[in-house]
Design a protein around this ligand. Sequence first.
Ligand SMILES: *[C@@H]1O[C@H](CO)[C@@H](O)[C@H](O)[C@H]1NC(C)=O
Ligand SMILES: *[C@@H]1O[C@H](CO)[C@@H](O)[C@H](O)[C@H]1NC(C)=O
Ligand SMILES: *[C@@H]1O[C@H](CO)[C@@H](O)[C@H](O)[C@H]1NC(C)=O
Ligand SMILES: *[C@@H]1O[C@H](CO)[C@@H](O)[C@H](O)[C@H]1NC(C)=O
Ligand SMILES: *[C@@H]1O[C@H](CO)[C@@H](O)[C@H](O)[C@H]1NC(C)=O
Length: 214
Amino acid sequence: MKSAILALALSLAVTVTAQEFLYDPPESYYPDQSESFKLVVVSSNGTVNGSTLSACHSGAAIETLCLSNVGSPSKPSDIPATPFNFNVSSSETTNTTNGPGLITYLLRGGNFNASSPMQFSYNPGSNVVTAELSPSATGQEVSFDQNGLLYISSYYDDTKPDVPFNGELTKLYRWYACNQYFGGYRYFSLAWVMGEGKPQNPTCVKVDVKRVAL
Ligand SMILES: *[C@@H]1O[C@H](CO)[C@@H](O)[C@H](O)[C@H]1NC(C)=O
Ligand SMILES: *[C@@H]1O[C@H](CO)[C@@H](O)[C@H](O)[C@H]1NC(C)=O
Ligand SMILES: *[C@@H]1O[C@H](CO)[C@@H](O)[C@H](O)[C@H]1NC(C)=O
Ligand SMILES: *[C@@H]1O[C@H](CO)[C@@H](O)[C@H](O)[C@H]1NC(C)=O
Ligand SMILES: *[C@@H]1O[C@H](CO)[C@@H](O)[C@H](O)[C@H]1NC(C)=O
């Protein structure tokens, strides 16, 4: 009897621990936050070059990263740049200058604030991925290089199936600005293109994204 109670007590203890582990994550996986900055589009296309990025309403608590200074059906005139932050983990191998980490936008509600990281929204019908912002503890991990340009690290190049992963990361800069339909809105907004090919959306313009202090 005693051992049965002990076994029950142990199994309950294990259950509680597992639940804490599974359902009670740390308050933030990316608690270290940079100062605010703006994101500026750099492009050989003079129309989009120099535009900043803004959080443009694209649904309930969802925004896309539209080009502040490029007109689109859902945003005909210029709007101010949105301040963004860069959140990184507390690991010693990351910092708020280079990352990797999350670009975050502070969504302000009437009586709440919600940290909204940049994440990718995939459309299985396209190789063009929409960058969006919505409240979450996680998002798309990105980094900034020594020139402040935004990139994503790739650890495995599947165009060369015989080359094993050798621990080297490749910096990818597959950013585009495209006229994108998302959540019922149409903005000229930031996108990522999957793979080495050209974006299938014919409005996409190749860009880089630069972090500039406010
Ligand atoms: C980013 O950091 C701030 C400050 O620590 C924190 O309040 C916020 O929740 C963090 N955002 C995410 C997505 O972790
Ligand atoms: C883009 O803008 C930068 C400064 O904002 C300027 O130095 C550069 O010449 C511009 N390039 C083009 C192609 O317009
Ligand atoms: C530059 O971008 C604008 C805005 O999307 C586009 O209308 C124009 O065709 C582009 N110019 C070139 C040379 O690609
Ligand atoms: C941030 O980390 C990178 C590489 O991990 C390093 O080169 C850089 O000096 C660090 N910067 C700061 C401000 O600590
Ligand atoms: C939301 O954040 C802003 C800016 O950091 C702050 O001034 C405001 O008090 C916050 N509101 C709430 C409800 O926490």
